[in-house]
Design a protein around this ligand. Structure first.
Ligand code: MG
Ligand code: ZN
Length: 223
C-alpha cells in the first residue's frame, strides 16, 4: 500500500470523526439515546429491532435508521409497527459513516425521540471502525454463525459495549460452544457484556430491555 493511500484513509477517518462529534452533540441536545447495531448479514438485527420497537411502544418514542446495500425492505418492516424508520441505501458501500447519518437526521423529530437505533450494513469488518456519534455500539452474533466468529473478527468485538447472542432457541440443534464463545470474548475484550437471547421466542429479551433502560437513564443523567 502506498503512502498516498494511507494518508487519504487517515483524512477520511478524521473527517468522519468530526461529523460523528456533530451528530453526538445533536443527540445530546435532544436527549435521545442512540444505539449502533452491527452484525454479519442474517444475524437477525431487523427481527431484534422489530421486537424491541414492539416492546418499547407506548412507553418510549423510537426511531430507526436502516442501512442496507439496496432495497427498503427493513425500513418497511419497522414502519409497519408504527415507528419512524428511514432507509439508507449505500449502493454497494459496506458500512455506514457519520455523513450518511447526518444527512437523514432532519427526517426525524429528534427532540421527540427517546431512542434512535441504527441498523448498520451487514458486515463484521469495517462498520466497527466508523464512529456514527452513537452512545453505544452493539454487536449481534447468532448461533448459526458458529462460536468462532469472535476470535476471527476481533476488531468488531473489541469495539462494542455489548454482544448480543441471538437465536439461542437453536442451541439444541447446532454445534455452538457457548463457553468457548464467552472465553473468546473476554480474551479479545476483557469485561465486555454478553447477552444471549432469542428475538423469535423472547427468551432473554427482558435482560436486553433492562440494558436499554439503564443506558437511557445514564444518557439522560449525563445531559
Ligand atoms: Mg436487516
Ligand atoms: Zn466498509
Amino acid at each position: 500500500m502506498s503512502m498516498r493511500i494511507s494518508m487519504d484513509k487517515q483524512a477520511v477517518q478524521a473527517e468522519n470523526q468530526r461529523v460523528a462529534e456533530e451528530n453526538r452533540s445533536l443527540f445530546r441536545q435532544n436527549k435521545v439515546t442512540v444505539i449502533n447495531l452491527m452484525s454479519s448479514p442474517g444475524a437477525g438485527k431487523t427481527t431484534l429491532l422489530e421486537k424491541t420497537v414492539e416492546q418499547l411502544a407506548g412507553r418510549y418514542k423510537v426511531g430507526v435508521i436502516e442501512g442496507d446495500l439496496a432495497t427498503s425492505r427493513d425500513a418497511d418492516r419497522i414502519r409497519a409497527l408504527g415507528a419512524t424508520a428511514v432507509q439508507i441505501n449505500t449502493n454497494g458501500g459496506c458500512h455506514l459513516d457519520a455523513h450518511m447519518i447526518a444527512k437523514v437526521l432532519p427526517d426525524f423529530s429528534l427532540s421527540e425521540l427517546d431512542y434512535l437505533f441504527i441498523e448498520n450494513v451487514g458486515n463484521l469488518v469495517c462498520p466497527a471502525t466508523y464512529d456514527l456519534g452513537q452512545h453505544h455500539k452493539v454487536a449481534v452474533l447468532s448461533v448459526p454463525e458458529g462460536n468462532d466468529k469472535i476470535a476471527k473478527y476481533p476488531v468488531m468485538f473489541r469495539h462494542v459495549d455489548l454482544v448480543v447472542l441471538n437465536k439461542v432457541d437453536l442451541l439444541p440443534y447446532l454445534p455452538f460452544d457457548l463457553k468457548q464463545a464467552e472465553e473468546d470474548l473476554q480474551m479479545v475484550h476483557p469485561g465486555a457484556q454478553w447477552l444471549p437471547l432469542s428475538a423469535l421466542t423472547g427468551e432473554g429479551f427482558a435482560a436486553w430491555l433492562e440494558w436499554l433502560e439503564q443506558r437511557r437513564q445514564a444518557a439522560v443523567a449525563a445531559q
